[in-house]
Design a protein around this ligand. Structure first.
Ligand code: AGP
Length: 611
């Protein structure tokens, strides 16, 4: 969602702010703005559209001096249209302020402030915070005290950054339910909504907690919570700036598809002891004592992470013998989930900031045992859950999730084996076999990536279709759902994923000569034969079929399809992950051929921090 960058130091803040906002473009936005304190007044520049428009607006101002303190924002509209007036920063008197989140009580606050004579220019919820802070400062409060008093009146989620023209050396910060980090430099400090924004400058970060207020100058970082100064731990991030770049690929999405061989290795590293068929994950130790009595697992997530949960259910039920339910986080949080102390609730999220996933996790806190499966160190869900299993996918920049998904599959599979070992629900030999197959994944992915050019030419025959159907059975059903989601989100082509066996109960009516059907066909029996029957049914109705499979040439005799993409076979348990890769590639190439904005598809945000 919105991206936030702040700076206090000795360099020109504008360059730092724009560079930071560029690294946050992946979050999705529809307008942008910056404010710096320049020659005794705020210089605020805003523009609708992409950052190039903001840069043009800045260039037209012909600035000569540099400003050492500033704030910058990319806005993803929630309250008020994506116009220049609604873009942040919002200025009220001596205050210039940016915000990520939603102020739920902004209407009564606005009415109260209007009564006091404040004049509002925008339709946003944010502008009330700027006026409120200005009013409190003008009443004579010190900056931090005014920020504290402002936050006490605001209900909702926020990361605020504010400048006060009477204290131009500092940036004021407040956080509640919306992520914000501080980057420590030498004689300069940074603030951002996400790590890539400051990675060019520092790897030393402090993650602020809910209720924290901070005041940042070039040389100081002061943090308080409930009016008392607090010491927050400084962490050193291992991501390097190069990892966050495109690395020679045309798009982040393609780079991230190719990253998978390496990052799956990172997710497995040090966690497997093949000889005794066990996984070594000290972070899961608190679960050991409870594992034997676990009666139920509930997995909650959104979008792609939800598909990872559906796949995870197969491993958790089969290996650990624990009944699993998978729920959309946005549904779970408003339902009676019936969580008790024998239930493990797993929240899966790449960003760890998806508001619905966070909300669903919060519903389980204090009732069941909670585990976050997450990619971003220190993210909100990690700080809320009892335990965290990190996925180690590295920064995922493209809005379309690829490597985050496959590392989630691996993490859930490791968890299932951990539970299986503790519960004695799987023999050491069976565990060893699966772990052996998992260790072969990096090499198998490298082999699978070789189908890229073949998939690119398949895409040429299909990219003009208006609808696609993705079918799969068993472990390949979640893969079919994920394939359809990937295609629709980046190519804007309508796509549906369906369990192949359900097709006769409705979707088969859609099939005609115009309809491409992508059949995810795993060689595992008995579902192989069942899926082939479904394939014949769609073929008989004229569908143009693309088969993505790990089956042998012998298996595939007699199957007529317009395209058959074959990938290497390692084991039935790891095949779904590999079968997903050609589907990621298909979505990517179809989108490129359609000329869409692959990494920043319309209407979407990387991290959905609103409901
Ligand atoms: C995936 O391609 C999507 N962009 C989206 O469905 C995403 O997976 C979802 O918003 C959940 O995000 P999270 O993993 O950061 O919680």
């Amino acid at each position: 969602m919105c991206g936030i960058v702040g700076y206090a130091g000795s360099q020109d803040a504008l360059g730092i702010l724009i560079g930071g906002l560029e690294s946050l473009e992946y979050r999705g936005y529809d307008s942008a703005g910056v404010a710096v304190y320049d020659h005794g007044k705020f210089e605020v520049t805003r523009a609708t559209g992409k950052l190039i428009e903001l840069k043009k607006a800045l260039a037209s101002k012909h600035r000569t001096a540099s400003a050492p303190v500033g704030i910058g924002h990319t806005r993803w509209a929630t309250h008020g249209r994506p116009t220049e007036t609604n873009a942040h920063p919002h200025t009220a008197g001596r205050v210039s302020l940016i915000h990520n989140g939603i102020i739920e009580n902004y209407l009564p606050l606005r009415a109260m402030l209007e009564e006091k004579g404040c004049h509002f220019l925008s339709e946003t919820d944010t502008e009330v915070a700027a006026h409120l802070l200005n009013t409190l400062l003008e009443d004579g409060m010190e900056p931090l005290a005014a920020m504290r008093a402002m936050c006490a009146q605001v209900k909702g989620s926020y990361a605020f950054l504010a400048l006060d023209s009477k204290n131009p050396d500092r940036v004021l910060v407040a956080k509640n339910s919306t992520p914000i980090i501080i980057g420590r430099g030498e004689g300069e400090n940074f603030i951002a909504s996400d790590i890539p924004a400051i990675l060019q400058h520092t790897r030393r970060i402090i993650v602020l907690e809910d209720g924290d207020l901070a005041q940042i100058t070039a040389g100081t970082v002061y943090i308080e919570n409930k009016g008392t100064e607090v010491a927050r731990k400084e962490e050193v991030i291992s991501w390097d700036p190069i990892t966050a770049q495109k690395g020679g690929f045309k798009h982040f999405m393609l780079k991230e598809i190719y990253d998978q061989s390496r990052v799956i290795g990172d997710t497995l590293r040090g966690r497997i002891s093949e000889s005794d068929g066990s996984v070594k994950m000290p972070e899961l130790e608190p679960l050991r004592a409870k594992a034997a009595t676990l009666k139920r697992i509930v997995l909650v997530a959104c979008g792609t992470a939800w598909h990872a949960c559906l796949e995870g259910k197969f491993f958790l039920e089969e290996f650990a013998g624990i009944p699993c339910e998978v729920d959309y986080a946005s549904e779970f949080r408003y339902r009676t989930g019936l969580i008790d102390s024998d239930t493990l609730v797993i929240a899966v999220s790449q960003s760890g900031e998806t508001l619905d996933t966070l909300g669903a996790l919060e519903c389980a806190i204090g009732k069941g045992i909670t585990l976050a499966v997450c990619n971003v160190v220190g993210a909100s869900i990690c700080r809320k859950a009892d335990m965290v299993l990190y996925t180690h996918a590295g920064p995922e920049i493209s809005v379309a999730s690829t490597k985050a998904f496959t590392t989630q599959l691996v993490a859930l599979q490791l968890l299932a084996i951990f539970l299986a070992e503790v519960r004695n629900s799987m023999s050491a030999n069976a565990r060893r076999n699966v772990l052996h197959a998992m260790l072969q994944l990096p090499a198998a992915i490298a082999q699978t990536l070789k189908v890229d050019s073949e998939v690119a030419s398949v895409a040429k025959g299909f990219f003009q279709a208006r609808d696609f159907l993705f079918l799969g059975r068993g472990r390949c059903y979640p893969i079919a759902l994920e394939g359809a989601l990937k295609l629709k989100e980046i190519s804007y082509i309508h796509a549906e994923g369906y369990p192949a066996g359900e097709m006769k109960h409705g979707p088969i009516a859609l099939i005609d000569e115009q309809m491409p059907v992508v059949m995810v066909l795993q060689r595992e029996r008995p579902l192989f034969e069942k899926t082939v029957s479904n394939l014949k049914e769609v073929e008989a109705r004229g569908a143009r079929v693309i088969v993505v499979t790990d089956a042998t040439d012998e298996d595939l005799k007699g199957i007529a399809a317009q395209a058959i993409v074959k990938i290497p076979f390692v084991a039935h348990e790891t095949s779904p992950l590999l079968l997903n890769i050609p589907l990621q590639m298909l979505a990517y190439h179809v989108a490129v051929l359609n000329g869409t904005d692959v990494d920043l598809p319309r209407n979407l945000a990387k991290s959905v921090t609103v409901e």
